[in-house]
Write a protein that binds this ligand. Sequence first.
Ligand SMILES: [Zn+2]
Length: 351
Amino acid sequence: MNRLFDAPVFGLPQEEKSGLLLARLNELTQRHAQGCPAFANILSAFGWGQASTYQELPYLAARLFKLTQWQSVPQEEVFKVLTSSGTTGTPSRIVLDRDTAALQSKVLVKILQEFVGKQRLPMLLVEQPALIQNRSGFSARGAGALGLSFLGRDHTYALDEQMRPNWPVIEAFCDKYAGQPVLLFGFTFMVWQCLLEPLRERGLQLPLTQGVLFHSGGWKKLQHLAVDNLAFKQRCHEQLGLSRIHNFYGMVEQVGSVFVECEQGHLHAPLFADLLVRDPLTHRPLGVGQPGLLQVLSAIPQSYPGHSLLSEDLGVLLGEDDCPCGRRGRYFHVSGRQQGAEVRGCSDTFQ
Ligand SMILES: [Zn+2]
């Protein structure tokens, strides 16, 4: 893991990066095989062992985390259990030990600093204050916001307990930081529904011209309103004054290792994570330009076997090492969820 922290997050060519990451993933496979008998059984049933390519890595279907609790640490080392609150179905339960929880924050901050720099900026969270303060909830959404909060200072919550804009608070933040570099964070649907829409109804614009917004999750709900990424960006520009808006993608089972959208609108794999695309029916690995199911790899999960997961998300690999933004490694696009897959809640999963 230390070797990963020493290397540039988006600077290594794919060949070099995948070598480093694969070594870490093989180490995790071994750790989980020793600590989690159910995982060891799966490895032997499928004949999985140490991998020399991504394609040979063992993988679990992400939905398995809804069916049962996976853990590879003894009970006394469990630090907390994260849950994702889906609107339907059972939530995923993710078992964290202290080291894994610490890695989640450390990796997340390291990735996002690539976009905002190391300076801690004033931060406006499109959230209720209770989300983080009430830590007994242990929602994945809260864990995500908590991880992100390390990136900022003067944390300000834009919403009240009823999820309505807290106008005096928003106004004070804008008075203090208008035209200065600030950080904004929120779940896509909540930014739209709880901030952009109320601003529009009141005919207000915020002066956050030097702000950077990170947002994630919840496109499904916006699709019902016919809002796509471009329309969302446009509205953020018009009503918040923002010109830097980054969507990011990540799984609740892999909190911390996120894929952030670049200036070209492409999601990029950081050093700590990667992805493969597989045929939804045969699971055969697919190449650039061939849409399929996303398999996501993460260097973080030490306390449960979630380092290689087959998601229920559909997408396409766009390229490797050659995005015009200059970042190296793989970049891709997520197009939606596999048909028949359970619909998750709007802001549940810190995606
Ligand atoms: Zn790019």
